[in-house]
Ligand binder design. Structure first.
Ligand SMILES: Nc1ncnc2c1ncn2[C@@H]1O[C@H](COP(=O)(O)OP(=O)(O)OC[C@H]2O[C@@H]([n+]3cccc(C(=O)O)c3)[C@H](O)[C@@H]2O)[C@@H](O)[C@H]1O
Ligand SMILES: Nc1ncnc2c1ncn2[C@@H]1O[C@H](COP(=O)(O)OP(=O)(O)OP(=O)(O)O)[C@@H](O)[C@H]1O
Ligand SMILES: [Mg+2]
Length: 261
């Protein structure tokens, strides 16, 4: 894996958050706190960059499980203000009006988008920015809900692979319990990132780094990592099919149809 200077990376992200808040002329940031490592790390970085009064955590459970406790632990460790808003009545009410029974992925995406609506309601009314929590592994594989958890004003971790987020979390003092938790989107019971992605993060990151950053061929990567080429092709497919999630919507252009003023 690439060798990153973690301390320097932390400083760069902290400077970035501080500068973006200053440039936007806002009074702080809002972050969705799930109890997972990505949102915890983002919150720890935000507190380093700003005064803790300028960081608001929104805990937005759908299910009643242990994640709520972990999310509270993040807020308490940092001493930031946290609000708990259940998205269950919001999501259930929305679903009751759909006119069909959504499958679990569709339902999960509704949850992610409901959280986005709440984060922006707070950002609007408090004159704050929404900090996203996406990392490079999720971003490149499209492992996020388009316009849901993928939507934010700035995403401090977007250029760090998941394995690098873990390393940084440890240096920042994120509670061990949260770092050691199995990554999950928490959209349905028993869901885990690695099951759904079909590969573990350590290998995924090794492949992505070679494929995207070093622009190596799948054959070269399979040989170097001593893995079946199908594994690399699987990752390559995830990247290709999610291209639409990494850009704003596009439409046809008309430059060649313009005869003159
Ligand atoms: N080629 C294309 N060009 C332009 N747009 C295209 C398209 N193909 C699909 N689309 C659009 O994209 C939609 C599908 O994208 P989307 O709605 O995002 O849905 P989708 O990618 O199917 O599902 C989201 C995935 O992200 C995972 N997730 C979600 C939230 C959080 C986390 C986490 O890590 O915490 C993970 C979730 O478990 C699931 O596997 C389609 O319904 C269509 O509207
Ligand atoms: N219950 C929740 N309350 C508030 N925000 C949430 C909740 N669930 C998800 N989110 C938001 O969606 C983001 C995406 O979830 P994701 O699972 O990728 O990150 P994570 O939970 O922080 O870390 P991990 O991937 O290790 O579980 C979270 O970081 C958080 O900002
Ligand atoms: Mg999670």
């Amino acid at each position: 894996m690439r060798r990153l200077d973690y301390e320097a990376a932390i400083e760069r992200i902290v400077d970035f958050i501080r500068r973006k808040v200053r440039e936007a002329g806002v009074s702080g940031v809002v972050i969705g706190i799930s109890g997972g490592v990505d949102s915890a790390t983002t919150a720890f970085l935000a507190v380093r960059a700003l005064e803790r009064e300028k960081v608001l955590g929104l805990i937005m459970p759908y299910y009643d499980n242990g994640d709520l406790e972990d999310a509270r632990l993040v807020c308490e460790t940092l001493g930031i203000e946290c609000r708990v808003i259940s998205i269950k009545p919001i999501v259930d009410s929305l679903v009751s009006q759909l006119g069909f029974e959504p499958d679990r992925k569709t339902l999960g995406n509704i949850m992610a988008r409901a959280r986005m609506i709440l984060l922006y309601a707070y950002a609007n009314s408090m004159n704050r920015l929404v900090l996203g929590t996406s990392n490079r592994s999720e971003f490149l594989t499209g492992y996020f809900t388009k316009w849901g958890d993928g939507a934010s004003d700035y995403a401090p971790l977007i250029n760090l692979y998941k394995t690098e987020v873990w390393a940084i979390a440890d240096r920042l003092g994120v509670p061990k319990r949260i770092i050691e938790k199995e990554p999950t989107a928490g959209l349905w019971k028993g869901q885990t990132d690695e099951d759904e992605l079909g590969i573990n993060y350590k290998l995924l990151d090794e492949i992505l780094w070679r494929l995207i950053d070093l622009k190596k061929s799948p054959e070269e990567i399979a040989k170097e990592l001593e893995i079946p080429i199908e594994k690399v092709e699987h990752v390559e497919k995830l990247v290709k099919t999610s291209e639409h999630k990494r850009r704003l919507p596009v439409g046809p252009t008309f430059d060649d149809l313009i005869a003159g003023p």
